[in-house]
Design a protein around this ligand. Structure first.
Ligand code: ZN
Ligand code: ZN
Length: 411
């Protein structure tokens, strides 16, 4: 009897014509699914690099990489996709380029921005799965909310020097990431949020005392779970986590286990899902073309738009009066608070929600921080209605799974 690998070792059979010959030998493996899969990777740090490398080698058809950071020299010892020449470049771009170099079959795109604010939840709908390779609680919290809003499953991965964890969260079943957040995690997230006003980034964290090794073994488990998810109906649940389960590996103890995560009955993310029962309203337009009033007019009985982030409309000095400005709160840097005419720190004036007929309602949505393919919340007499902008951002492929007919302004 010939061993399968021996057979493929022969020069004639293993001529390089089929890059995926070895993985096709895995029982139940469907390379066609891998090739058609669209996976979004949030975070291109050490963990994201290892995950993207694995996805590219497997031949995942489309990988979108989101990261707001730039490559630094200290990344080079932990990030397989970056070279010295990439220092100073956007991590998302450098990682996308490297993924396509590793495997020309792969189509990789990059978004240099914040996964919570710069990526519309509607865009997430174009992906089969989202991989969270993030290093802050705030960014995970935000990605969890975004994925639930989009109705897309995501895998959350985290590492320390000796522990790696991967959990699966799906919209309709099991605990979500927010369900699992502890009191101290909430506290750390809120402390960081209060620093946001100082112009600091939400994802700025304590540097991790970890080498590439935990990133490598955790990313292998993460991508193994992604493959299991893509094969979930073909292979049953073999090897794959169920939604609301966490795989944890501890290399100091040489221990690996699967833990069920308890669902929190008071989870606000779960409660928020219940508010949106009415059908969505699709608008084939962009946040650059539409103003708030256009959105409010498209929704019957609309009262106000509920922006996902506070909007600063002015800076108030008790002595000198108010300077009118317009920008999302997260873009307000501490230096702007200093009054140019006296030594006072000015107070930001915030607008939220935006009422019909107000001056702010005349503003274009993108000036208020709304990205392409956003899913917007509109308060009506009957509850919250969702409006989905369906035009993709430039440079992004129109997602295959959002090919629903757009009904401009229609009910
Ligand atoms: Zn929850
Ligand atoms: Zn002043």
């Amino acid at each position: 009897m010939t061993a399968p690998f021996e057979f493929h070792e022969t020069a004639a059979e293993f001529s390089g014509a089929d890059r995926y010959a070895r993985q096709r030998l895995i029982p139940g493996w469907r390379q066609d699914r891998i090739a058609q899969a669209r996976i979004l990777v949030a975070g291109a740090g050490a963990l994201g690099n290892e995950a993207i490398k694995n996805l590219a080698l497997l031949g995942i058809g489309h990988i979108c990489i989101v990261d707001f950071d730039r490559v630094e020299p200290s990344n080079l010892a932990r990030c397989v996709l970056f070279r010295a020449g990439d220092v100073g470049q956007a991590k998302a771009q450098a990682a996308a380029r490297a993924a396509m170099e590793i495997n020309p079959d792969v189509e990789a795109s990059a978004l240099e921005g914040d996964v919570g604010y710069d990526l519309g939840a509607g865009e997430l709908r174009g992906y089969d799965l989202v991989l969270g390779c993030l290093d802050s609680i705030g960014a995970r919290w935000m990605l969890n909310r975004q994925c639930r809003r989009a109705g897309v499953a995501w895998l959350n991965a985290g590492i320390s020097a000796s522990v790696g964890q991967v959990s699966l969260h799906a919209p309709l079943a099991g605990a979500c990431y927010e369900c699992t957040m502890t009191r101290s995690q909430w506290q750390r997230m809120n402390e960081r949020r209060s620093c946001l006003l100082g112009g600091q980034r939400l994802a700025q964290t304590q540097p991790q005392a970890a080498s590439v090794l935990p990133a490598a073994w955790t990313a292998a488990l993460l991508v193994q779970q992604a493959v299991a998810w893509l094969h979930r109906d073909a292979l049953g649940s073999a090897g794959g986590l169920h939604p609301g389960e966490m795989l944890s590996i501890d290399v100091k103890q040489n221990a690996m286990q699967v833990l069920p995560l308890p669902q929190n009955p008071r989870c606000a993310a779960h409660a928020a899902d219940a508010e949106w029962s009415a059908p969505e309203i699709l608008l084939e337009s962009t946040s650059a073309a539409l103003c708030v009033e256009n959105i409010l007019r498209a929704v019957p009985d609309a009262v106000a738009w509920l922006p996902p982030q506070a909007i600063v409309t002015g800076l108030e000095c008790a002595q000198c009066g108010t300077e009118s400005i317009l920008l999302p709160l997260r873009h307000l840097h501490r230096e702007r608070l200093a009054c140019p005419n006296c030594p006072t720190l000015r107070l930001p004036r915030l607008a939220q929600p935006v009422q019909r007929g107000s001056a702010l309602a005349q503003e274009k949505l993108h000036r208020l921080g709304v990205p392409h393919q956003a899913i917007l919340d509109v308060q009506t007499e009957q509850g919250i209605r969702r409006v989905v902008l369906t035009v993709p951002r430039p440079g992004c492929l129109r997602p295959a799974r959002t090919a629903q007919p757009a009904r401009a302004g229609a009910e």
